[in-house]
Design a protein around this ligand. Structure first.
Ligand SMILES: *Cc1c(COP(=O)(O)O)cnc(C)c1O
Length: 394
C-alpha cells in the first residue's frame, strides 16, 4: 500500500498526476481517497469536536443500515472489535474457539487476548478455501464455546450449515468480516461480527473497525467496554445535567474519532460502486486467466455472494513461486500471499503441537494474490495476466 499524496485525484478522475497506465506500478491494494475525504476531514477540524461525537454516531447508523442490522459500534480496528466481542461473550481460560488458520493472525490473537484457546480448522478444499464444517466437527471438544468465521477474500461462507452446526452444539457464531464490508448477508450469520477499515480493505478510515451484534445487550456490552467501561461518553456528558459517570466493568480504550468517522461516511457512500468495480475486474481476470494461464487454478469458481476483496490464484504445484513473484515485480506488478497459515507462525508453533491442516497448507503453499482494487481498469488486468503468463513460461 502506498500513501496517496494530499493532491490525489478522486477515483473517478483520469488521474493526470500519475504516470501513464502502462508504466504505473500495480499494487495488490490501494485506498481510494479524494476530495470528498479531504473536505470531510477539514469540516471536522473546523468544527472543533474531534472524537466520539455526532459523526461517529452517524457512521454507526449508516453502516448498520447498509448491512441490515439494527445498530453498530465503531471501534479503533477490527482486531479491537473481535477482542470486544470475545470479552462481551464472557469467553476466557479453559474455553476453546474454532478458527481458520487461513486468515490474518488477528482472528486467532483475539481469542488469546481473553485467555481462551484458538483451535485451528482446515479449509473445505483448495477450490473452496473457506473453513470446513466437517473438520470443525472433528475438532469440537466439550470445551468448545464459539466459532469465528472468515469470509476469505470477500466470499460469503455458507450460513445454513454453520447455523445448524452451532445450534446442534450450543456454540456461538462470530464473523471476522474484515474482507466483507458491503456483502449482502454479512453480519447476520451469528451473534456478532467485526469489520475492518484498515488501509488495504474494501473501504478505509486508515485505521478503524465496526462491530455489529444482534442482541442489544451484547451490543451495549461492546459499546461500554470500548470506552473504559464508562456508563456515559464524553459527548453525552456535554449535554447532560450530571457531568459524572460510573465504571461498572474493566473496559478498554478502543474508540473511534470524528476524523475517521467523517472519512468512513464518505467511503461508505462509494462502497457499493467500488465493490461492483471489483466484481467486474474479477470477472475479467477469470476469463483471461482461463484462456491464457490454464495451468493456474482459480478458487471460488462456483457462484457465491462476494465483494471480491482480493484476487487469489493457485500456481501450478511445480512452479517456483518466488521466481514468479520476482518476475512480476520486474514488470511492475506487486503480488502477496494470503496467508502464511497462522498455525505455522513462530508464535503459534510454540503454543500448539502441529495441528493437522493439510488442505490449508496445500493452498497456502501455492497461493498468489494478484492486484485488485477500484483504481484499476480492464487494461491493468490484461497487463497482470500477460505478466503472469510470461512469468510462468518455461
Ligand atoms: C485486516 C484483517 C484483520 C485486522 O483488521 P484491523 O482493522 O487491522 O485490526 C482481521 N482479520 C482479517 C481476516 C483481516 O484481513
Amino acid at each position: 500500500m502506498e500513501t496517496v499524496s494530499a493532491r490525489a485525484p478522486a477515483a473517478s478522475d483520469p488521474a493526470p498526476l500519475e504516470p501513464t497506465r502502462e508504466s504505473r506500478r500495480l499494487l495488490v491494494a490501494e485506498p481510494c481517497l479524494g476530495l470528498g475525504e479531504m473536505t470531510a476531514l477539514a469540516e471536522v477540524i473546523d468544527g472543533g469536536w474531534i472524537t466520539m461525537g455526532e459523526r461517529v454516531r452517524a457512521f454507526e447508523r449508516a453502516f448498520a443500515e447498509m448491512h441490515g442490522t439494527e445498530d453498530a459500534v465503531a471501534v479503533s480496528s477490527c482486531t479491537a472489535g473481535l477482542h470486544l466481542i470475545m470479552h462481551a461473550l464472557g469467553l476466557g481460560p479453559g474455553d476453546e474457539v474454532l478458527v481458520p488458520s487461513l486468515t490474518f493472525v488477528a482472528t486467532a490473537n483475539c481469542v488469546r487476548y481473553v485467555g481462551a484457546t484458538p483451535v485451528f480448522v482446515d479449509i473445505a478444499s483448495t477450490e473452496l478455501p473457506l473453513m470446513s464444517v466437517a473438520d470443525a466437527a472433528a475438532k469440537c471438544t466439550p470445551r468448545t464455546r464459539a466459532v469465528i468465521l472468515v469470509h476469505f477474500a470477500g466470499y460469503l461462507i455458507d450460513p445454513e450449515p454453520w447455523r445448524a452446526f452451532a445450534a446442534e452444539r450450543g456454540l456461538v457464531l462470530v464473523e471476522d468480516a474484515a474482507h466483507a464490508a458491503g456483502l449482502p448477508g454479512v453480519g447476520t450469520l451469528g451473534a456478532a461480527a467485526a469489520f475492518s477499515f484498515y488501509g488495504n480493505k474494501n473501504m478505509t478510515t486508515a485505521e478503524g473497525g465496526m462491530v455489529v451484534a444482534r442482541d442489544p445487550a451484547l451490543r451495549e456490552a461492546v459499546r461500554q467496554a470500548r470506552g473504559h467501561g464508562l456508563t456515559t461518553g464524553t459527548f453525552q456528558r456535554l449535554n447532560s445535567r450530571t457531568p459524572t459517570y460510573d465504571v461498572t466493568m474493566l473496559g478498554f480504550n478502543y474508540r473511534m474519532d470524528e476524523l475517521r468517522a467523517a472519512m468512513g461516511l464518505v467511503q461508505l457512500s462509494h462502497l457499493s460502486e467500488w465493490n461492483e468495480t471489483r466484481r467486474a475486474l474479477t470477472r475479467r481476470y477469470r476469463s483471461l486467466l482461463r484462456a491464457e494461464c490454464p495451468e493456474v487454478s482459480l478458487p471460488f469458481e462456483d457462484a457465491r455472494p462476494s465483494v471480491h476483496h482480493i484476487m487469489p490464484v493457485l500456481l501450478p504445484a511445480n512452479a517456483d513461486r518466488q521466481a514468479v513473484i520476482d518476475a512480476l515485480a520486474e514488470r511492475g506488478v506487486q503480488t502477496t500471499i494470503h496467508y502464511p497459515p497462522v498455525h505455522r507462525l513462530s508464535f503459534y508453533r510454540a503454543q500448539d503441537s502441529a495441528p493437522d491442516l493439510p488442505t490449508t497448507e496445500a493452498f497456502a503453499d501455492r497461493e498468489l494474490t494478484l492486484p485488485l482494487h477500484p483504481r484499476m481498469n480492464q487494461h491493468d488486468v490484461r497487463r497482470v495476466v500477460t505478466a503472469l503468463r510470461e512469468a510462468l513460461a518455461p
